[in-house]
Design a protein around this ligand. Sequence first.
Ligand code: PEP
Length: 250
Amino acid sequence: MRRPLVAGNWKMNGSKESIKALLDGIKQGIGDVNSAEVLVCAPSIYIDGVSSQLDGSPVVVGAQNMSEQTSGAFTGEISGSMLNDFGCQYVIIGHSERRAIYGEDDALVAKKFAAVRAAGMVPILCVGETLEERESGVTETVVARQIDAVIEAEGIDALADAVIAYEPVWAIGTGKTASPEQAQDVHAFIRGRLAEQSADVAAKTRVLYGGSMNAANAAELLAKDDIDGGLIGGASLKAEDFLTIARAAG
Ligand code: PEP
């Protein structure tokens, strides 16, 4: 049985004041969220404060990116051990914004995936196709390539305790959500791809949907067999909306 996971990706948003208000709201309502695990991925500079504010709450903390290196002369970078030191349990890897804006390729994403695990945290590996790729019928080819890069570098067993987030790029921050059927088709494809190498890993790996998931559309998406939770951008910045999604997942 896979425990549903609802993860907020705050991206580069927030201030000390707005984050405090958001966390107060989440803490107040978290009691109603049944079985889902709830995670907030904060901008790195706020992670320490977020961890302190969430002390004693079931909400867990994660990061949105990290270095593939462990330490040393890498100006501006943050390592896995640093994130772990401040209470991070998850790290988002290979988000489409990092792939598209910062040029992260599959090989670098695979190295980051390994570094997250080596630091004792859980990677959330983001995969997904652009609109052009979907329209040219290569969604499965793209998603398979992104997942295979990690399997080839790390082996299938590395995926068992990891999380995959299927995030169609055309649905991120656009208000256009994949239909529950479109999402389920790709999620089933992802699970099938894992199952080709290990049925056990395929049964264990949580596959989240991300892309304009909100309080109104979450329940329908989360009802699908292979959708084990959500990676939520915009709607994770509003406590009530985020909690509504978490309740739907639980
Ligand atoms: C995301 O950035 O991972 C995301 C899913 O964003 P949004 O929910 O805003 O589309």
